[in-house]
Design a protein around this ligand. Structure first.
Ligand SMILES: NC(=O)C1=CN([C@@H]2O[C@H](COP(=O)(O)OP(=O)(O)OC[C@H]3O[C@@H](n4cnc5c(N)ncnc54)[C@H](OP(=O)(O)O)[C@@H]3O)[C@@H](O)[C@H]2O)C=CC1
Ligand SMILES: O=C(O)[C@H](O)CS(=O)(=O)O
Length: 485
C-alpha cells in the first residue's frame, strides 16, 4: 500500500447513524505519521451538535438492538471479528502509519482487538439471572440483567484498535448502542473498524465514531440524560475530569487510566526468564502502554547480573526505525511531547545520581525516535519513580529485602499492573497478596488477555474490561418481586 489513500478501508469521515459525514463547520484534524512527520490524512473535527446527533441516533437504535437475541448480536460480532482478520494487513498498515508501532506489532494488535469481539460474542449468551428464595411463601424473587442504555466512550492513541473493541464489543454484546470518540492522533483505525462493523451487519446508530474536539464531545456525552454509561481509557487527569462530569446525571463510569508498574526481580528468580519478560513488557509499543514496566526493582545480590543481561538483550534485540520497515521493533514515540518526557526523566535521574548504562539520548534518526535506555541505582526521589515515563527507559532500583520491595512497589498513587519473578511458592502467594494492583504478572511480562478482567485500583481507574466482568459494566441488575396472591 503506497499511502493511506490507497487503502480500501481508509475513511476520512465521522460515522453517525450509518452515514459517513464531515463536520458541520467543515473543520478538519490533520493526522501525521509519527515516524516521518508527514501529514497522512485529515479527519473531520466534530463538536457538540454532531455528538448530540450521534447520541440521538444511538438512542433511536437502542430498542431494536436490545430486542435482538443474544445469539443474533453474537453472530454479528463474530462476523465483524472475521472481517478484522480478513483485513488484518490493511488495518495494521493504517495503524502503523498513524500511530507508529511496527507493522508486526500492529498486526498483533488487530488480532488482540478482534479477540474482544469474539470473547464478548461468547459472553453475550451467558448473561444469566437468578432466583432467590423469598421470605414470604406467596412471593417469588427473580434477578434479571438488562442493558444500561446508550454508552459514551473516549479512547487513547496507544492501542487505536484494541481500546475501542474492548469497549464496543462488550457494549454491543450487552445490547447497548455506543458513541466513540477516538484519539485525534489515531482516528483512521476507528473509522476503518466502523466500516467493517457496517459490513458485518451492525445496524445504523448502534456504533458511531465522532472524532473531534475532545472536551466539547465529552461535555455533550456527560450532559445528555440519554447517555447512561461513560467508559474512558487514557490519562488519570482526564479520567478525573470525566468522573466529575459524569456525576451530574449519575452516569455509570469505567476508567482505565495511568499506571506506574513495578517489576520485581527477587534473588531466587530465573534471571534469563526475568530479562525476557522485562524486554516484552518494557519495550512493547516503544514503552507506550499503561502496563509497561516503569520501575525495575531488583534485589541487590542479583542487580549487576540482571543489568548486564538486560543491557545485552537491549543491544542485540532492539532495532529502532520506521515501523513499516522490515526488522524494526521499536517505532517512534507518538510525538515530541513523548520524546521530551523521556529525556526529562533521564536528565532528572542522572542529575540525582542514577548510573547511565545504555542510551540516554534521542535516537540519531531524530524526530520522535528515542534510543532505548537503561539506568541503574535509581531511587524514589526521581521523576521516573513517581511518573509514568511512557517511553523506552528501563530504570533499575536495587532493593535489599522483601519488605523493601513491597514498600517501594506500593509507593505510588497508581495501581494498574505489577510484575515479579520468583520461584518460591510461598513468596509468590504473599507478594501477590501484598501488592496493591489490579493485575499481577508472575514470572511473565505479558498480561494482556480478553478473557481476564483488566483494570486498576487507586488512581489507575475504576471497573474492569475483558473477562465476564467487562460485560457486567454494561448491564443493570433488576430485581422482580412477584406476589402470587
Ligand atoms: N489504563 C489503560 O488501559 C490505559 C491508560 N492510558 C493512559 O493514558 C495516557 C496516555 O494516553 P493519552 O491518549 O495521551 O491520554 P489522554 O487522556 O490525553 O487522551 C485520551 C483520550 O482522551 C481525550 N481527551 C483529552 N483531553 C480530554 C478532555 N479534557 N476531556 C475528554 N477527553 C479528553 C483524547 O482526545 P484527543 O486525542 O482529541 O486529545 C483521547 O481521545 C497515559 O497516562 C496512559 O497510561 C492509555 C492507554 C490505556
Ligand atoms: O492501552 C494500554 O496500555 C492497554 O490497556 C494495555 S493492554 O490492554 O494492551 O495490555
Amino acid at each position: 500500500m503506497e499511502s493511506l489513500q490507497d487503502c480500501p478501508l481508509f475513511r476520512p469521515f465521522a460515522y453517525i447513524d450509518g452515514s459517513w459525514v464531515a463536520a458541520d463547520s467543515g473543520e478538519q484534524i490533520e493526522v501525521d505519521n509519527p515516524a516521518t512527520g508527514e501529514i497522512i490524512g485529515s479527519m473531520p473535527r466534530l463538536g457538540r451538535v454532531e455528538t448530540e446527533r450521534a447520541i440521538a441516533a444511538a438512542e433511536a437504535a437502542f430498542p431494536a438492538w436490545r430486542a435482538l437475541t443474544a445469539q443474533e448480536r453474537a453472530d454479528i460480532l463474530m462476523k465483524w471479528h472475521d472481517l478484522m482478520h480478513e483485513h488484518q494487513d490493511e488495518l495494521a498498515m493504517i495503524m502503523t502509519l498513524e500511530q507508529g508501532k511496527p507493522l508486526k506489532e500492529a498486526a498483533g494488535e488487530i488480532v488482540y482487538a478482534a479477540s474482544f469481539l469474539r470473547w464478548f460474542a461468547e459472553e453475550a449468551r451467558r448473561v444469566y439471572g437468578e432466583t432467590v428464595p423469598a421470605a414470604k411463601g406467596n412471593q417469588r424473587i427473580v434477578v434479571t440483567k438488562q442493558p444500561v442504555g446508550v454508552v459514551g466512550a473516549i479512547t487513547p492513541w496507544n492501542f487505536p484498535a484494541a481500546m475501542i473493541t474492548r469497549k464496543v464489543g462488550a457494549a454491543l454484546a450487552a445490547g447497548c448502542p455506543i458513541v466513540v470518540k477516538p484519539a485525534s492522533q489515531t482516528p483512521f483505525s476507528a473509522t476503518a473498524m466502523a466500516l467493517l462493523a457496517e459490513r458485518a451487519g451492525v445496524p445504523r446508530g448502534v456504533f458511531n465514531v465522532v472524532p473531534g474536539r475532545a472536551s466539547e464531545i465529552a461535555s455533550a456525552l456527560t450532559e445528555s440524560p440519554m447517555v447512561r454509561k461513560i467508559t474512558f481509557t487514557g490519562s488519570t487527569e482526564v479520567g478525573r475530569s470525566l468522573m466529575e462530569q459524569a456525576s451530574r446525571h449519575i452516569q455509570k463510569i469505567s476508567l482505565e487510566l495511568g499506571g506506574n508498574a513495578p517489576f520485581i526481580v527477587f534473588e531466587d528468580a530465573d534471571l534469563d526468564a526475568a530479562v525476557e519478560g522485562a524486554m516484552a513488557s518494557k519495550f512493547r509499543n516503544a514503552g507506550q502502554t499503561c502496563v509497561c514496566v516503569n520501575r525495575f526493582l531488583v534485589q541487590s545480590s542479583v542487580v549487576n547480573a540482571f543489568c548486564e543481561k538486560l543491557a545485552a538483550a537491549m543491544n542485540s534485540e532492539l532495532h529502532v526505525g520506521d515501523g513499516t520497515e522490515e526488522g524494526i521493533n521499536i517505532g517512534p514515540l507518538i510525538d515530541d511531547n513523548g520524546v521530551e518526557k523521556v529525556s526529562k526523566h533521564i536528565r532528572d535521574a542522572v542529575d540525582k545520581g542514577a548510573e547511565l548504562l545504555l542510551g540516554g539520548h534521542p535516537h540519531p534518526l531524530g524526530g520522535n525516535f528515542f534510543t532505548p535506555t537503561l539506568i541503574n541505582n535509581a531511587t524514589g526521589e526521581m521523576l521516573v519513580a513517581q511518573e509514568e515515563t511512557f517511553g523506552p527507559l528501563a530504570a533499575v532500583f536495587p532493593f535489599d529485602d522483601e519488605q523493601d520491595a513491597v514498600a517501594m512497589a506500593n509507593d505510588t498513587p497508581f495501581g494498574l499492573a505489577a510484575y515479579f519473578y520468583s520461584r518460591d511458592l510461598g513468596r509468590v502467594w504473599h507478594i501477590s497478596e501484598a501488592l496493591e494492583y489490579g493485575i499481577i504478572g508472575i514470572n511473565t511480562g505479558m498480561i494482556s488477555n480478553a478473557a481476564a478482567p483488566f483494570g486498576g485500583v487507586k488512581e489507575s481507574g475504576l471497573g474492569r474490561e475483558g473477562g465476564h466482568q467487562g460485560l457486567e459494566e454494561f448491564l443493570e441488575t433488576k430485581y422482580l418481586c412477584i406476589d402470587l396472591g
